[in-house]
Design a protein around this ligand. Structure first.
Ligand SMILES: [Mg+2]
Length: 311
């Protein structure tokens, strides 16, 4: 059983140890992190702050039986980094609020933090604060990530226009196909490591007219772009890049892939920072989302995103 003060000391020590490994830590925008009432971040001149918050709730977003603690910690931060990536931003600092039930052992917490901090380090992000509490039941984690983008240049969901191409980075459906495997076997044999498309998002500034990360599934996230932009969309099922081992249905509706879904009227490069970009459809007039299936038949592109999909 971990006491609150002990817990904070432990997190601070682990965060500090990871951060010191970064040689270029001097000049980082986190002026003060854990240890004061607030963190102090120095934003670059001419930039705007981006702030995102994401829950990772045991039983809702993850199961302790299915994933190692490290992967749960990693995914907790991944969700926040992916949101910054979707805006074309540069992540700067993360804040973690964590509620743990009494039954959680120190070993589990250490694994969770190692997974989270390794990913943070990889993307130059400091764990700059947070909160801890005891949970009556499940593990509850809330991550806040602060980033920045040049003023007026952040990618929004509302910029899609009629005639824009619809594009996606990488391939879709991997997480959904793995989830089915967990259900079948009870334990994953192999867990793929999705990466936040941070570099790719930054490369899309000035190219993408609208952008979102695929966290809830293509059919749901494309709807978000269409709703915010006041447009419709037609997607070619045959063009959608399906991840190895996944089905087309996984790719169309499965969540947690963290690829970027964007629209553009401009010439789009074949790759962004080493990741393939695929044209999957077109923005059209109206509000309807349609799917041209593999037989060439047009039908409504129904929403079977994460919420619906996992039931
Ligand atoms: Mg998002």
């Amino acid at each position: 059983v971990l006491k609150e003060r002990e817990l904070i000391r432990r997190i601070r020590k682990m965060a500090g140890a990871h951060q010191r490994q970064r040689r270029a830590w001097e000049g980082h925008p986190v002026v003060a992190g854990i240890g004061d009432d607030c963190a102090i971040l120095e934003m670059t001149a001419g930039h705007e702050a981006l702030v995102t918050t994401d829950f990772s709730l045991e039983g809702v977003h993850f199961r302790r039986e299915w994933l190692p603690a490290r992967e749960i910690g990693r995914r907790c931060l991944l969700r926040g980094l992916s949101d910054i990536a979707a805006m074309g931003g540069e992540p700067l600092a993360a804040f973690l609020s964590l509620a743990l039930p009494r039954s959680v052992e120190q070993r589990w917490l250490d694994g969770f933090l190692v997974g989270l901090l390794k990913l943070a380090q990889r993307y130059g992000v400091a764990l700059a604060g947070g909160d801890v509490a005891q949970s009556p039941g499940a593990v509850l984690a809330d991550i806040v990530v602060v980033g920045q983008a040049p003023k007026g240049k952040a990618l929004r969901r509302s910029g899609a226009r009629v005639g824009d191409g619809i594009y996606v980075t990488g391939a879709l459906g991997r997480s959904a196909s793995e989830l089915k495997a967990f259900r079948g076997r009870g334990r994953p044999r192999h867990v793929s490591l999705a990466e936040p498309r941070v570099e790719q998002g930054q490369k899309l500034r000035g190219v993408a007219s609208a952008c979102i990360d695929v966290s809830d599934g293509l059919s749901t996230d494309l709807r978000h772009i269409c709703e915010e932009s006041g447009v419709g969309a037609v997607v070619e099922a045959e063009a959608v890049p399906v991840a190895q081992g996944a089905t087309l249905q996984d790719a169309l509706h499965g969540g947690d892939d963290y690829e970027l879904l964007f629209t553009s009227a401009k010439p789009v490069p074949e790759k962004a920072a080493g990741v393939t970009i695929t044209l999957i459809g077109e923005i059209v007039r109206g509000r309807k989302l349609e799917l041209v299936d593999v037989a060439g038949k047009r039908k409504p592109f129904e929403e079977k995103g994460w919420e619906h999909f996992r039931r």
